[in-house]
Design a protein around this ligand. Sequence first.
Ligand code: AMP
Ligand code: MG
Ligand code: MG
Length: 311
Amino acid sequence: MACTSTAPLVMRIMASSIQIAGRAGRIIRDVMSKGDLGIVEKAKDDLQTEADRSAQRCIVASLERLFPNVTIIGEEGKTDLKVPEDWLVSDLNTDFLERNTCPDALKQVKESDLVIWVDPLDGTSEYTQGFLERVTVLIGISVNDRAVGGVIHQPYFESSTGSLGRTIWGVKGIGTGGFTPTRPPTNRFIVTTTRSHSDAIVQSALDAVSPDEVLRVGGAGYKVLQLLEGNAHAYIFASRGCKKWDTCAPEAVLEAQGGKLTDMIGRHYYYGKEVSFPNVCGVLGTASGISHEDILAKMPENVKEAMNKTH
Ligand code: AMP
Ligand code: MG
Ligand code: MG
């Protein structure tokens, strides 16, 4: 139990990120329902819409006002932080604070130890093509270079009561919330991977594990959700396209539930403020109870070579 103002810093950032992600999700839905997505091509196969821009402004402006000395890195770079008053979220999720105790290892964390990684809209291609369930808002918290906490918000998740949006969170040393963790089936092996950023090496890595089924779905957040909810055993992406804001929150949530997320060589990424953004050695995620090492051991030379070359 913790009072909102005296809770340790990491707990307060988590509690506000849960609220802020929900507000950003509303902005994403509003942009879509107005119909003008304002698409800009940042690079080949890399789009940005008005929803990416506005959601980032909402998240970064809200976090900066509450935690002015914490480094915040958002996918959309420097954005105008003069935002409409009703985009500024200042409340904390009291349920999170009341039900959870800060792990000892995180109690003394200072603002200078932290970096918050923001992907305001993960799965932009999915958003523009109407695969709305796969869109997520990702807010990841790293402490001393490691991903320790995160929020994955799904603006278009439809609950049994018909309401839209859900927020999943995880903190290493506490666990996860906002969904029902489920183990994947034991009689078949299901892999999830990119829908729109595949190449020969990505395919070699998939072939090497002889999956019974491959779920090709966009979004790093959505793919990790497939591991958390028992729809896939592994997330395999042997390519350099993902960035730190794609993996910080998903890694923290997955590992808080007993899974693992590393590069394709088996190393955790670093999330300190000086790191370069691209995850050059790919992404390997495994659900809780699935052997990460077994998958790494199956990777053929051409995949290992390609991943090492980009390092
Ligand atoms: P995907 O699995 O293809 O949906 O990608 C997960 C995340 O990584 C998304 O935010 C993508 O934008 C990003 N990503 C992956 N591959 C690339 C690429 N080749 N170029 C740009 N972004 C990429
Ligand atoms: Mg992304
Ligand atoms: Mg994005």
